[in-house]
Design a protein around this ligand. Structure first.
Ligand code: UDX
Length: 442
């Protein structure tokens, strides 16, 4: 098939690379000239394991192309994937201006039947808006061209996106025509055992499915964080509770890890957007609002523990942070708990040294103000980050942090104090090693 993907962000690029890997002719379009030039040279805008070889090899073979010119890319395309950003507006709703601008541009150039796929995460009802925007342009041009709009949400995890795309748990296809449903099914046919995994439904159902999936996962996390809070009050270890409940197959082990809060480009934004959608439908979603509130509180838990140990004035104290990305396997710092705790520590008078195995470049932008004010330093190595530190805060559970050399840590640190935001260490062992240790919910 000939496919055009509009938007070479994380979703668009993974989608384009994986479809080209299956032998399709894919053109990725973006308005950002430097991004496109870099991609042609094999330089990727994001860190995503396994993505670079797919992009480089398929670009070399000619199956994957990059351009800023949508109208040229459209000439021989049968399928258009809209994968541009839907950033939260001021009120938390998804801002659709980029999606609708792309839809208008498609309408402006469309000359023959095509399927337009919403890949970006968009609220229920967006496909209708996309259809209207395209139709408006066709009407202006006084032409009749048939087209279908489809919702095909992505369920990719950052850090595992290529694997998730190639071996999906499910492929949700929301359509309102047999013609477009067949095209979508043919497109996904070569993917690993996909026949049993395609879930066909109405367009609005598919739009809602994406929000419901992410919101349920966020709910599991916030629920567990609330239980963790209670565990602290009651002298219970949430890690044992996690193991105890996870073994029930109806509950499962995934997404029940208590921690210092969820971040990233999806959960915070999608929960907020669904709250807005509920508001528009005329009601207050009790659970979703609580999920969001708990998460905002959770991102402040590490700081609360720090001040209950050291007092509220942290002047003259130094803290070492391990992990800046919102989770391991990515350099993404959007909504990362690390940014919240660093802000809080610095506002309370402390200085901070931080290290992340991958997100150091990203940190230079995200934390620029603190770096400029010399309140924050970035270390080249995890052990450099804790030199002379009054405490170490583990914020992201990267593998190199999981089994550190505690003896060396004790020698390097000014005081042997660890605040473990991801429950990576054994409290008993650390006590024996002579550390003051605090996890989340234990
Ligand atoms: C998520 C969804 O998993 C994916 O299907 C969707 O397409 C996009 O959003 P992602 O944002 O990459 O993916 O991250 P994910 O691995 O889901 O983790 C989200 C956040 O939850 C991270 O900050 C992580 O640290 C946190 N988390 C996860 C917990 O705090 N506890 C858990 O048990 C699991």
């Amino acid at each position: 098939m000939h496919i055009t993907i509009i938007g070479t962000g994380y979703v668009g690029l993974v989608t384009g690379a994986c479809f080209s890997e299956m032998g399709n002719h894919v053109t990725c379009v973006d308005v950002d000239k430097s991004k496109i030039e870099n991609l042609k040279k094999g330089i990727l805008p994001i860190y995503e394991p396994g993505l670079e070889p797919l992009v480089v090899n398929n670009h070399k073979s000619g199956l994957l192309k990059f351009t800023t010119d949508l109208s040229a890319a459209m000439e021989d395309s049968d399928l258009f994937f809209i994968a541009v950003g839907t950033p939260p507006g001021e009120d938390g709703s998804a801002d659709l201006q980029y999606v609708l601008a792309v839809a208008s541009e498609i309408g402006h150039h469309l000359t023959r039947y095509a399927v337009i796929v919403d890949k970006s995460t968009v609220p229920v009802g967006t496909a209708d808006k996309v259809r209207n925007a395209i139709q408006e342009e066709l009407t202006k041009r006084k032409v009749t061209v048939e087209f279908d709009v489809v919702s095909n949400p992505e369920f990719l995890k950052e850090g595992a996106a290529v694997g998730d795309f190639m071996r999906p748990d499910r492929v949700v296809i929301g359509t309102d025509s047999l013609r477009s449903e067949k095209i979508m099914k043919d497109l996904y046919a070569p993917f690993s055992r996909v026949q049993d995994k395609i879930v066909s439904m109405g367009i609005r159902d598919a739009e809602m499915t994406k929000y419901a999936a992410n919101s349920l996962l966020a709910t599991k996390i916030s629920f567990m964080n609330e239980i963790a809070f209670m565990c602290e009050k009651l002298g219970v270890d949430v890690e044992n509770v996690r193991k105890g409940i996870g073994s029930d197959s109806r509950i499962g082990y995934s997404f029940i890890y208590a921690g210092c809060g969820y971040g990233g480009s999806c959960f915070p934004k999608d929960v907020q957007a669904l709250i807005r959608t509920a508001g528009e439908a005329g009601f207050s979603p009790l659970i979703l609002e609580a999920v969001e509130k708990r998460n905002a509180m959770q991102k402040k838990r590490l700081f609360e523990k720090v001040i209950s140990h050291f007092g509220s004035d942290l002047s003259g104290l130094r803290f070492g942070i391990w992990g800046l990305a919102f989770k391991p396997g990515t350099d993404d710092m959007r909504e990362a708990p690390a940014t919240v705790v660093i802000d809080q520590l610095i506002n309370a008078g402390a200085t901070v040294t931080a290290y992340d195995p991958v997100a150091m470049e990203e940190a230079k932008h995200t934390l620029a103000t603190h770096l400029k004010n010399s309140k924050l330093t970035l270390a080249d190595h995890q052990y450099d980050a804790i030199k002379d530190a009054d405490a170490m805060l583990l914020v992201t559970e990267w593998k190199p942090f999981r089994q550190p050399d505690f003896e060396a840590m004790k020698r390097l640190m000014a005081r042997p104090v660890i605040f473990d935001g991801r429950n990576q260490y054994n409290p008993e062992q650390l006590k024996e090693e002579g550390f003051h240790y605090e996890g989340i919910g234990r």
